[in-house]
Design a protein around this ligand. Structure first.
Ligand SMILES: *Cc1c(COP(=O)(O)O)cnc(C)c1O
Length: 470
């Protein structure tokens, strides 16, 4: 299958090129499939519904068509996903899609593990390892470190700013041995990014090593995230008429968003034929996309810090992909958008727990509150003329085509829970009065020895270290 780029629609590259390059260096554009393939209708309507692994296999077969033999792909999928996503009903019309059952307890495991194995696969005939450099302000580093750990032919160096990530996040990325290591940089996240970017443009260094990045713009991180949208929408299609007593309900998916990679994966799943009616783009105070949806003007801005910090993005990179796939009008038809400040997020953690018993993390809480508000009154109020102020938290003044399904109570919601609540134990405890229980795999990492290597924020020091140690 062929891929093009968001800035030059005449570009054509293979899946392998898109994976290994990450982005088109000459245009700065991001790779997207030239055409999104359709899943077979017989597969989508199978009874009982296909398993997560089956969906992963059938979907990735289409996206890697002709480049990865089926038997290799089966092995890759099995190795990527010893865990799965889980659909949990919390009230008759609301499901939580838990995406935290992977090794680092956040949804980024789904994308990062697939990317690592694809890179390794496409690097298998090379003699030299591929050196991955990643700058992280928190969660990406742990997902990438864990995903690439012990994957053949790959070597990973993670840079993170000293004292600027949570103690748990630091443990999650600094305790690896072997092919993954962490550099603790005396400086800021921007310093980490500058060191990595300078290395990529250093021709002397590039002659010595094969360098690559592993950031969220890589298409091989987005495609696998479509698996759980397809899985959840099929699962909910089968059980929702029973749970909700609604015949043939519309399925609305609420996505807590930062860079909008997760939501873009949902768009891909829908285009492939998954029974998804529409989406809620749910953000924290970084409301660049909600503002774009109501005003039509896209204004990137500096990010502001919030308690749902993995969503603190002022210039979401996947805006470019969404725009390449849909016009603004189509986006307004397909998406409701909603934003919530920290105070609202804290209340939502409490309210979700009081009303449903479910313990939700600050990211999922933003998405839950968006769905809960929309289905109770916010959407019908908007349809019947309420003038929502986009400067205030809540539903953006835009009615998607599925708004009337909400007003007539013919819809069910799937709320994406992107991180385990124990990763944000203090915030959650303050709202619900007890600490969420810690999964074993998080507990274990807390007691591992720290192997982080101290680094200055000076490029020459960084380069010298790379030359002496890679
Ligand atoms: C990265 C992240 C998000 C945001 O995902 P995007 O794809 O950047 O929109 C949301 N929640 C958690 C817990 C994350 O780690």
């Amino acid at each position: 299958m062929l891929y093009t780029d968001t800035r030059d629609s005449s570009a054509r590259v293979s899946f392998k090129t898109a994976v290994l390059k990450g982005m088109n260096e000459s245009t700065g554009g991001l790779y997207i499939p030239v055409e999104i393939p359709k899943l077979d209708i017989g597969f989508l309507t199978k009874m009982p519904e296909p398993s997560f692994r089956d969906i992963a296999f059938e979907t990735s077969k289409l996206f890697t068509d002709g480049e990865v033999p089926e038997s290799d792909l089966q092995e890759i999928i099995a190795d990527c996903y010893p865990f799965t996503s889980q659909v949990v009903p919390i009230d008759p019309v609301t499901y939580v899609l838990e995406l935290f059952h992977g090794p680092t307890c956040a949804f980024k495991d789904f994308g990062a593990r697939f990317m690592a194995r694809m890179m390794s696969y496409f690097n298998k005939d090379e003699n030299e390892p591929l050196h991955i450099l990643v700058a992280t302000s928190g969660d990406t580093g742990s997902a990438v470190g864990s995903a690439f750990h012990n994957v053949p032919g790959l070597d990973v160096t993670i840079l993170y700013p000293e004292g600027k990530i949570s103690p748990l996040q630091e443990k999650q990325l600094s305790t690896f041995t072997g092919n993954v290591r962490a550099l603790k940089v005396a400086g800021t996240f921007d310093d980490c990014q500058r060191l990595v970017k300078t290395a990529f443009t250093d021709s002397e260094l590039r002659k010595k090593f094969r360098l690559s990045s592993a950031n969220s713009i890589n298409i091989s991180r987005l495609l696998p995230q479509s698996f759980y949208y397809t899985y959840a929408s099929l699962t909910v299609t089968h059980r929702a008429p029973r749970d909700s007593k609604i015949d043939d309900p519309s399925i609305i998916i609420s996505v807590p968003s930062g860079n909008f990679g997760n939501l873009t994966s949902g768009l891909i799943s829908r285009k492939m034929g998954a029974p998804i009616t529409g989406f809620i783009a749910a953000t924290n105070s970084n409301k660049t996309i909600p503002d774009w949806i109501y005003s039509g003007e896209y204004k990137a801005r500096p990010s502001v810090a919030t308690i749902s910090n993995a969503m603190d993005v002022g210039a979401p990179s996947n805006y470019e992909r969404i725009q390449a796939m849909y016009t603004l009008d189509e986006v307004r038809q397909l998406f409701a958008s909603y934003w919530l400040d920290d105070e609202g997020t804290r209340k939502a953690i409490q309210e979700c727990n009081t009303r449903t018993g479910y313990i939700i993390d600050p990211h999922g809480a933003v998405a839950w509150k968006a769905w809960d508000d929309i289905r109770h009154n916010a959407m019908s109020d908007l349809i019947f003329g309420s003038k929502n102020n986009p400067e205030q938290p809540g539903l953006t003044p835009n009615v998607p085509f599925w708004g009337k399904k909400i007003a007539s109570k013919q819809a069910v919601g799937i709320v994406l829970e992107t991180a385990h609540p124990a990763k944000f134990g203090e915030i959650v405890q303050a709202e619900i009065g007890r600490e969420p229980s810690m999964p074993d795999r998080l507990e274990k990492v807390l007691s591992l020895p720290d192997h982080a290597i101290n680094m200055t924020n000076n490029y020459d020091d960084f380069k010298e270290w790379l030359v002496n140690n890679l």
